[in-house]
Design a protein around this ligand. Structure first.
Ligand code: SF4
Length: 459
């Protein structure tokens, strides 16, 4: 039995791809090795989005090949998809380059790598059914912490933001059929998952590629169908392009509390001129109205966003507009990135390039301005009794935290996996990672919230 070791890189969408490749290989008789030293094949699921991530992926290939010269190294993921011909020449350390448009072909690529047959396999994009070519619904191994899983509802993107290389890598939008998504969610729930994180490049566009065929789709309809699933679980929506925000979901979320009032809306900038240059339709005022609409429909609504600094042509005035937007938006969580000039993107040729130092300084200034805003937003939950997802037992170095009993780390609905703070849970009873419990938030500690678990059986 051949053995593989997979090293996942990059974003959560890549994580689902990694899980999919592992599930497909497991089903075709391969075994996962816990350590690269035990494997016949080392698979690196790379990221090809921005310079830093690309370099990390290449360094990983060089590192593994240096440590295990006798083993085969397969480079999969976005970097391989985007630069297959360049890498085939410049990166001989990668024995095989495998694209990410039809992951069901990973077995072919893996065996070819072992046999030394061919160096590249970049399949054509599969149709929606094969978006990311998930192995049979729900059977993939899960790389998330207990109780949580990502569910990809679409692949690719048609929005064409001028700074973004993802459409070049992931192709045009392909939405998965709703019945496949629901079946996968059902199977994950049957496996004990209690948090389903729906992902795509832009959930707001779900179904836009199928409406032409007249099939009834769209995010609201998908959520209505998911709300017919039985059980106590969470559904979180990650990445909705604010220009495509489907308002009807607000009512659906208000009526079914299993849909979390958590919205990841990448606004990117607060200057109308820069938003235009980014090929975005919205403006600061429409974005502020959207935030207000969400918060009046769902008073507990939590909003995460992303800003980009240093976009070509960004003046000091544009930057001040971004700071002003940030101050008015009062976002719960914010990630900030400095612009990365990516070839073949529309923005690549734009004039008015902003020096890296200025872009980085602007990024730092926004991050500093966001700290008190996030902490103020977090305090909104102090004193509240809320559901908490327990993720792992926690043994602090020194008993820095008040209260007796066991300590666990987990998350409230207001904290998405891996990007937002944690819930630090004190409990008089043993808790089971991967379960939802009730707790009372009693304090904030930095970007974490301290929660006292309520006795089991307390409503
Ligand atoms: S919505 Fe824009 S930023 Fe997001 S993947 Fe699509 S093109 Fe890229």
């Amino acid at each position: 039995m051949a053995r593989y070791y997979l090293d996942p890189f990059g974003c959560v969408k890549n994580q689902v791809d990694a899980e999919t490749m592992m599930g497909t290989l497991d089903k075709s008789g391969w075994a996962a090795a816990g350590d690269p030293a035990e494997a016949d094949l080392i698979i690196i699921n790379s990221c090809g989005f921005i310079k830093k991530a690309k370099q990390e992926s290449i360094n990983a290939v060089l590192r593994y090949k240096k440590a295990y010269p006798e083993k085969k190294v397969l480079l999969a993921g976005c970097l391989a998809q985007r630069y297959v011909s360049e890498l085939a020449e410049s990166l001989p350390e990668a024995d095989m380059l495998f694209g990410n448009q039809d992951l069901s072909r990973i077995t072919d690529a893996a065996y070819s790598a072992l046999r030394g047959e061919g160096r590249t396999l970049v399949p054509e994009p599969g149709p929606g059914e094969k978006a990311g070519a998930l192995s049979p619904a729900g059977e993939r191994p899960l790389l998330s912490l207990p109780g949580s899983a990502y569910v990809k509802i679409s692949e690719g993107c048609n929005n064409r933001c001028s700074f973004c290389a993802i459409p070049l890598i992931r192709g045009p939008l392909r939405s998965r059929p709703a019945d496949r998504i629901i079946r996968e969610c059902r199977r994950l729930l049957d496996r004990g998952v209690v948090e389903l994180n729906l992902i795509g490049q832009d959930l707001g566009s779900y179904g836009a590629d199928t409406r032409l065929t007249g099939r009834e789709t769209g995010l609201p309809r998908l959520l209505e169908a998911l709300s017919r699933l039985d059980g106590n679980f969470w559904i979180r929506l990650l990445y909705i392009h604010p220009d495509n925000f489907p308002r009807p979901i607000l009512d659906i979320i208000r009526q079914d509390r299993r849909f979390l009032p958590y919205f990841d809306l990448p606004f990117q900038h607060g200057s109308s001129g820069i938003l235009r240059a980014m090929n975005r339709r919205g403006d600061p005022q429409t974005y502020l109205s959207l935030i207000e609409e969400i918060r009046s429909a769902l008073p507990d609504g939590v909003i995460r966003s992303t800003f980009l600094t240093g976009f070509p042509g960004e003046t000091e005035e544009d930057f001040l507009a971004l700071l002003d937007f940030q101050e008015k938006a009062r976002l719960d969580w914010l990630g900030v990135f400095a612009y990365s000039r990516e070839e073949d993107t529309p923005a690549y040729a734009l004039k008015g390039r902003v020096p890296g130092k200025i872009a980085a300084a602007r990024k730092a200034r926004i991050e500093t301005q966001q700290i008190p805003i996030t902490q103020e937003r977090m305090e909104h939950f102090i004193g509240r009794e809320m559901a908490v997802l327990v993720e792992e037992e926690f043994t602090p170095a020194a008993s820095a935290l008040p209260g007796e009993g066991n300590l666990y780390l987990g998350r409230l609905f207001s904290q998405a996996p891996e990007v937002d703070g944690a819930a630090v849970i004190t409990s008089g009873e043993e808790l089971v990672p991967g379960t939802l419990i009730q707790g009372r938030v009693f304090a904030r500690a930095g970007f974490d919230l301290e929660v006292a678990a309520l006795p089991k059986g307390k409503p």
